[in-house]
Design a binder for this molecule. Structure first.
Ligand code: F6R
Length: 619
């Protein structure tokens, strides 16, 4: 939800800001803008629409300066427009701000400011911040920001400049992410690391209410009381290529193809001597897991689907009862959590507002919270009692792919670990680790076939596109799965909806007769996950039932299984054979590719689907 960046150094700020914004665009893309300070003048250019529009405007009206702030927006208050785009300034144009978050008390503040003569130009909540800082300014921007922040309710990460203070940028955060990048003769602040990765790998994570004061050769961090504090920088392992498309047409496709390597790294770092799972970074002791009575997994979207999949393996092998909840429900449900409940929050970004609130709620109830996160040093990673990082590298496409399979990978490892620690290792098959570590190779083989065009997913997507147009846009998708692949049915439908805007629903196949069967006709494409499993025969019966009602079957099958090919299934996608329990990671890849190619047929902006933002840092 909105990305912000600030730069003070020796380079041309607009260039640095625009490059940074391009790497933050996944956070919002309905408008963008930059403000640059030169001499004692702040100049702002901001435009509705994607970053390319802003770039073009700046090409026509170049800005110069070595200090600046930038913003890419996902609208909450006020429609996407030039006027509502950030940066915002006060009416005297002394202060410029870029804000990510929501100011809940902006109406009250705006009223008071207007009464004291401030003139507002936009419909946003954010504009009050600029006016408030201008009002509090008495010669030191940091103090003014501190004073203003005390009056703000809600969530914010803010970058601020004042025209009287050349080279200086102040950043502050509360419940929205903000990192500091330390360079040589230059410093940065940004909502996320990829924005500054080209220039530095030395990152400081700011805690809530901390204030950072940067100039080109200076960086100081202060606590809420204004006392300077020592912060240790972390050296990031990510490299800039991970934040580039490197020849792929879209980040989503690149990230799908990265999955074998991501899984390999996920397993390699945690499996010792090919037999034991060890989490070195885990901050929760084994004793806590020995005392655990039940598990609750909480997450949103794709991460929630990973959690649903986790339930099957944890219950089967670690023999603990597992509940799974979406964060937005959990946080208001007054759930039954005890100090012996292990709450697992799963989040790629580690910043999702509802999951963060759920984490805090769980801690308040006395539970131990384990976070499975991708972004190092993210708020969840810091606030949870323990963290396991997915180490999938930066995920730029809005639709999550590699983070999902990495989350599944971690859940397998954690299942094995938990079973061992709790004396339940005997429940896990002896070849659990061996089969698990084969998955990256199997995924790589599948993707290689696909690359050689031995896999027909692209063709099927083109067929669907034709049907869609011929059916007067009536064609829709239903995804069915059973057992541990039921969550994949939800995930396949979510992926398709997100990037191709086609109506799609995921269902447990056994529930089909309890409702969804009513929608099946010749316009319904039904993706049936029919890989080798204990419920395979039941899925075959479902397929017969769909066929009898004219539905079009896309079957995901195990590679040697020819049962459906050329018979009930209209389209068949084969995946390498593995035990049912390990199949979700392999099943999800063709589902991702199907969504990708359908969206591609429609010519949509796959990495930046409409209305979505990658990191939902507001409720
Ligand atoms: C789907 C997707 C979203 C996220 C969800 C949670 O492709 O990306 O559904 O999974 O917004 O985000 P994180 O994992 O960052 O908490």
């Amino acid at each position: 939800m909105c990305g912000i960046i600030g730069y003070s150094g020796e380079q041309n700020a607009p260039e640095v800001l625009l490059k940074g914004l391009a790497r933050l665009e996944y956070r919002g893309y309905d408008s963008a803008g930059i403000a640059v300070l030169k001499g004692e003048v702040i100049k702002i250019i901001k435009k509705q629409g994607k970053l390319e529009i802003l770039k073009e405007e700046i090409r026509l009206r170049p800005l110069e300066g070595t200090t600046g702030i930038g913003h890419t927006r996902w609208a909450t208050h006020g429609e996407p427009s030039d006027r509502n785009a950030h940066p915002h300034n006060d009416h005297r144009e002394d202060v410029a701000i870029a804000h990510n978050g929501i100011i809940e008390n902006y109406k009250q503040l705006k009223k008071e400011l207007e009464e004291s003569g401030h003139i507002f130009k936009s419909e946003t909540d954010s504009e009050v911040i600029a006016h408030l800082i201008a009002k509090e300014y008495k010669g030191d921007l940091r103090l003014a920001v501190n004073e203003a922040a005390k009056q703000l309710k809600g969530s914010f990460a803010i970058a601020v400049m004042h025209q009287n203070e050349p080279d200086r940028i102040i950043g502050i955060r509360k419940d929205s992410p903000l990192v500091v990048g330390l360079g040589k003769h230059e410093n940065f602040i940004a909502s996320d690391i990829p924005a500054v990765l080209e220039y530095t790998k030395e990152i400081i994570y700011l805690e809530n209410n901390e204030v950072v004061d940067i100039k080109k050769g200076k960086c100081a961090v202060y606590n809420e009381e204004g006392v300077p504090i020592e912060k240790i920088a972390t050296t990031i392992e990510w490299n800039i290529a991970q934040a580039e498309k490197t020849g792929y047409k879209h980040f989503m496709l690149k990230e799908i193809f990265e999955q074998p390597e991501v899984l390999k790294q996920t397993f390699k770092k945690r499996i010792k001597n090919n037999k034991e799972v060890v989490f070195e970074e885990l901050r929760i002791s084994e004793d806590v897991f020995k005392e655990t009575r039940d598990i609750t997994i909480v997450a949103c979207g794709t991460a929630y689907h990973a959690g649903l999949t986790g339930r099957y393996m944890l219950e089967k092998y670690a023999r603990l009862s597992v509940g799974v909840d979406t964060s937005s429900e959990f946080r208001y449900r007054d759930p039954l959590i005890t100090k012996n409940t292990l709450v697992i929050v799963i989040s790629q970004s580690g910043e999702t507002a509802d999951t963060l609130a759920a984490l805090r709620e769980a801690k308040k109830k006395g539970a131990k919270v384990l976070a499975i996160c991708n972004v190092l040093g993210s708020t969840m990673a810091r606030e949870a009692d323990g963290v396991i990082y997915t180490h999938a590298g930066p995920e730029i496409a809005v639709a999550s792919t590699k983070a999902y399979s990495a989350q599944l990978g971690i859940l397998y490892l954690f299942t094995h670990y938990l079973a061992r620690v709790r004396g339940e290792a005997g429940n896990c098959p002896a070849d659990f680790i061996e089969k698990l570590t084969k998955l990256p190779e199997l995924a790589a083989r599948m993707l290689k076939h696909y690359r050689k065009n031995e896999n027909k997913i692209k063709e099927y997507a083109a067929k669907f596109h034709q049907y869609y147009l011929a059916s007067d846009n009536k064609s829709c998708f239903l995804y069915l799965g059973r057992n541990i692949n039921y969550p994949n049915a939800l995930e396949g439908a979510l992926k398709l909806k997100e990037i191709s805007y086609i109506s799609a629903e995921g269902y447990p196949a056994g529930e089909m007769k309890h409702g969804p069967i009513a929608v099946i006709d010749e316009n319904t494409w039904v993706v049936c996950i029919a890989v080798k499993s204990d419920t395979y025969e039941k899925m075959l019966s479902n397929i017969q039932e769909i066929k009898a009602r004219g539905g079009i079957i896309v079957a995901i099958v195990s590679e040697k299984d020819l049962t459906l090919k050329g018979k009930e299934a209209d389209y068949v996608i084969a995946i390498p054979e593995t035990d049912e329990i390990f199949s979700p990671i392999l099943v999800t890849i063709p589902l991702q590719l199907l969504a990708y190619h359908v969206a591609s047929e429609f010519g949509y902006d796959i990495d930046k689907p409409r209305n979505l933002a990658k990191s939902v840092t507001v409720e």
